[in-house]
Ligand binder design. Structure first.
Ligand SMILES: Cc1cc2nc3c(=O)[nH]c(=O)nc-3n(C[C@H](O)[C@H](O)[C@H](O)COP(=O)(O)OP(=O)(O)OC[C@H]3O[C@@H](n4cnc5c(N)ncnc54)[C@H](O)[C@@H]3O)c2cc1C
Length: 401
């Protein structure tokens, strides 16, 4: 490992590998180091389908080594500290690396510990989550073994990756219960910290109809604060006139989306938005350049680029960020359009049915497919289940798409 790189990329996930590949496709002589501790690369969007029982978890994982571009150097380490005033990062192994330019894309941190009792019971007692590679298969076990009773799904108020994922699994579960004839003996509850199902009014209205179809009851602006696995009880904070109250809800299955934040190394660094408890990297949301450190860029889940924490958003962000980084390196002003907050949520509303919500920062629909986005379609389901994983491994991570 060298001690200095022209460009250092922190995180070799969806964003890091896409950016490295796109930069090197444009200039193979760039001197790039990628700091990434994991030997494995995960295709996380398919974890919804794993939890729904229609995708093999083993097909969501590949060797990281197969995706680090040949011209880049893989630094198999974890970044522990950032010192942007001195263009330096410190590594878990004790080493330090300096850079001319840095791209921060180390994803999101899952804060399971913020919910009392959750870490101890996750993966047993009917408590599951698609937000973990290890636990997603257990989600399907819970769905498959559900014989009626109460199924509870939760979403925190904070920003999370793929904000629709907590609902996606709920619709697949409801469809599974319906097909097996147990839906009529079930109560499905969705406790969400949000004021609605999705922030785009057309999609929100369509999802309310889907909830009606399955008999799902959303409880808005509520949050999960404790799980008692042995007694199968979830403690929720729910709104009450003039404030909040705590209620204890018995469950037969509980799917949890945990609170999330930037990784601690970022959150506790000078790169984070000042005073933001989630500690996202403080970038200009149109250009991805850091607001204080001009040689630092950030994109993907860790960046403060709005409620757009999806792979679909990265697909739009990466070429803009790459163009701006190359301009900065050539002392040229940024040119071309900035990022408008585009993100996309493919929402399976049942087996073989999918609604594709594409929208921007202003909650305006931005369909790239000329179809009514409020309609459920088999063709989109087939695209997400079969075509997109292939495109991810063979196109997006190679910087070709
Ligand atoms: C259940 C689920 C469903 C989803 N569904 C969809 C979907 O339908 N559509 C969609 O577009 N998106 C979806 N997503 C979201 C999508 O997977 C993420 O938005 C995307 O992976 C973010 O890419 P990233 O590069 O920012 O982070 P990641 O891909 O998570 O990569 C971050 C990398 O940084 C590394 N890292 C972490 N800390 C450090 C450190 N200190 N130093 C160095 N490296 C570090 C990690 O090991 C990791 O490899 C879903 C996610 C989940 C969990």
């Amino acid at each position: 490992m060298k001690s200095h790189y022209q460009i250092i990329i922190i995180g070799g996930g969806n964003a890091g590998i896409s950016v490295a590949a796109q930069l090197l496709n444009r200039n193979p002589r760039l001197d790039i180091g990628i700091v990434e501790p994991s030997e494995k690369h995960y295709y996380q969007p398919a974890w919804t389908l794993v939890g729904g029982g229609v995708f093999d978890i083993r097909k969501t994982i590949r060797k990281e080594a197969d995706f680090i571009p040949a011209q880049a150097e893989w630094i198999r380490d974890r970044t522990e500290g950032f010192d942007p005033a001195h263009n330096r990062v410190s590594l878990a192994s004790g080493g330090q690396v300096t850079y001319d330019y840095m791209v921060v894309c180390c994803g999101i941190q899952l804060n399971w510990h913020l919910i009392k009792g959750l870490p101890e019971t996750l993966g047993k007692n009917g408590v599951c989550s698609n937000y973990s590679f290890d636990i997603a298969p257990y989600t399907y076990e819970c769905i498959r073994n559900f014989t009626g009773g109460r199924a509870v799904f939760t979403q925190p108020a904070s920003l999370i990756k793929c904000g629709a994922a907590p609902q996606k699994i709920m619709y697949l579960a409801a469809d599974n219960f319906s097909r097996r004839g147990v839906l009529k003996d079930s109560e499905l509850l969705f406790y969400t910290g949000k004021p609605g199902l999705l922030r785009v009014k057309e999609i929100n209205a369509a999802l309310i109809e889907i909830c009606r179809r399955y008999g799902i009851r959303p409880v808005y602006q509520s949050s999960l604060i404790e799980v008692r696995g042995e007694s199968k009880e979830a403690v929720m904070e729910v709104p009450k006139e003039g404030g909040k109250e705590t209620v204890t809800v018995h469950f037969d299955m509980l799917h949890v989306a945990p609170p999330m934040s930037a990784p601690d190394a970022v959150r506790n660094s000078p790169l984070a938005v000042e005073g933001d408890p989630q500690g996202w990297v403080d970038v200009n949301g149109e250009t991805f350049q850091h607001r204080k450190y001009g040689n630092v860029f950030s994109l993907g889940d860790v960046a403060n680029a709005g409620d757009t924490k999806t792979g679909a958003a990265i697909h739009k962000q990466a070429p803009i960020m790459v163009r701006n980084l190359l301009s900065a390196m050539n002392n040229k002003p940024f040119s071309g359009p900035g990022y408008d907050g585009y993100t996309a949520c493919p929402i399976p509303t049942g087996y073989g049915k999918l609604m594709l919500a594409e929208f921007d920062h202003a909650n305006t629909l931005k369909p790239t497919v000329p179809l009514d986005p409020t309609k459920e379609r088999m063709s989109l389901w087939l695209f997400i289940r079969y075509a997109l994983p292939w495109l991810y491994w063979n196109g997006i991570l190679k910087g070709k798409l």
